[in-house]
Design a binder for this molecule. Structure first.
Ligand code: MG
Length: 397
């Protein structure tokens, strides 16, 4: 029988107006979710994720049960955002630690992880990070494109490559934790890990401090360091471990699970008959006004961003959403005479996925950067127009 003791704390921090982090811990499940999205939508996403995961795991305390619970939460958050305009764009990270039972009835700790909330293991005062952040900067570290020191201050360190509520399919890191009696595990949102270095995390999380003392002083230390984000910390300590499982880490990409399909509300196919009164000009004017307003809002959103892509083998800058929105397709606004094939392999790979940028100037700057990293650069930026389409990523608010 594996058993843990636990303590947890969460705090709004010193800058944010609300706490969009959510936390849950009981005797077999611990979850931290870091929500994102305006109009309190981040709170909705993080709390919805925890609620659905708890109800999914309670009856299926297996690795598959934990993984399916994340999938179900992902689909529910996605559907809610599609149906409620106030929740548009909401999402959340999630780090979940469950005591899962295998076919032989042996209980062991398993982590499931999406986003940049983290899990650390503490043994004899030493800290080891168990999870890898799913952010652009950390992906570039793993590709050898940035050093960890560069990633820590890179502007894309908060831009997530995976999140709950982004797409119908989701890749989940599943980690079987090798735990011994006396080990502690720390789960936290980035509001803690961004403010405190590993030495401080290890010192404050370890004995002789009790679990309760540790989580409270972690929160206070993060606030003293700036408190620029919501801060959440969960500590569990194993006081009994049935079998120290072999450490296994794998990433599982989902298809939409049956349980998630069932959670999606059915579309009504019944059509209401409504008599349109052509004798009421005001109603017609309101309709036209709403339509025109919606047109301009969609048009603004469709062309509110830029990205780098390739056009007949050269680096080009496009304005718009890579996959387009309705009839608003991306427009090529600048190109270079620099050959994509001359770029570094990692840059070619990024370019094939498109590289989002907030402004035209930023896109051109980054194109120039790509050129500078190749053997030679003689790009020029004349204007032209054409169209194309590809994919995109999620940026944390
Ligand atoms: Mg955060």
């Amino acid at each position: 029988m594996t058993h843990w003791r636990h303590a947890e704390a969460t705090d709004t921090g010193l800058v944010r107006q609300s706490n969009q982090d959510a936390v849950y811990v009981d005797d077999s499940l611990a979850i931290v979710a870091d929500g994102m999205g305006g109009h309190a939508a981040g709170e909705v996403a993080s709390e919805m994720t925890i609620e659905i995961m708890c109800s999914g795991f309670v009856d299926h305390r297996t690795v598959e049960g934990l993984y399916n619970a994340i999938n179900a939460a992902n689909i529910s958050v996605l559907n809610d955002a599609r149906e409620n305009p106030n929740h548009f764009g909401m999402g959340t990270t999630v780090i979940a630690l469950g005591l899962t039972v295998d076919d032989e009835g042996v209980t062991s700790p398993t982590l499931c992880h999406v986003g940049d909330s983290r899990a650390y293991q503490l043994r004899d005062g030493a800290l080891r990070q168990l999870t890898e952040d799913h952010s652009v900067a950390e992906e570039w570290v793993r590709m050898g494109r940035l050093t960890p020191e560069e990633a820590a201050v890179h502007p894309r360190r908060h831009q997530l490559t995976r999140g709950i509520g982004v797409e119908e399919t989701i890749a989940v890191d599943v980690i079987s934790v090798h735990a011994l009696s006396g080990d502690r595990l720390l789960l936290c949102s980035d509001g803690l890990s961004n403010e405190l270095d590993n030495d401080t995390l290890a010192r404050l999380s370890s004995a002789p401090f009790t679990l309760e003392e540790s989580v409270l002083q972690l929160i206070e230390a993060a606030k003293e360091a700036g408190g620029r984000d919501n801060i959440t910390a969960v500590l569990v300590e194993f006081d009994e471990v049935s079998v120290a499982s072999a450490p296994i880490k794998r990433t599982i990409s989902s298809t939409t699970p049956p349980v998630a399909r069932a959670a999606a509300p059915a579309k009504s196919i019944r059509r209401k008959r409504r008599r349109l009164s052509w004798r009421t000009p005001a109603a017609l004017l309101i309709f036209i006004g709403v339509f025109v307003g919606a047109y301009f809002v969609v048009h603004w959103y469709a062309y509110s961003t830029y990205y780098l892509g390739s056009d007949t083998g050269t680096v080009a800058v496009y304005q718009g959403q890579p996959s387009g929105i309705l009839w608003f397709k991306p427009i090529k606004v600048a190109d270079t005479n620099y050959q994509v094939s001359a770029l570094r392999n990692t840059d070619q790979s990024q370019l094939s996925q498109t590289i989002p940028e907030p402004t035209l100037a930023a896109a051109i700057d980054y194109a120039t950067y790509l050129c500078s990293q190749a053997k030679s650069c003689n790009a020029s930026i004349p204007s032209s127009t054409t169209t194309t389409s590809t994919t995109t990523t999620l940026k944390k608010g």
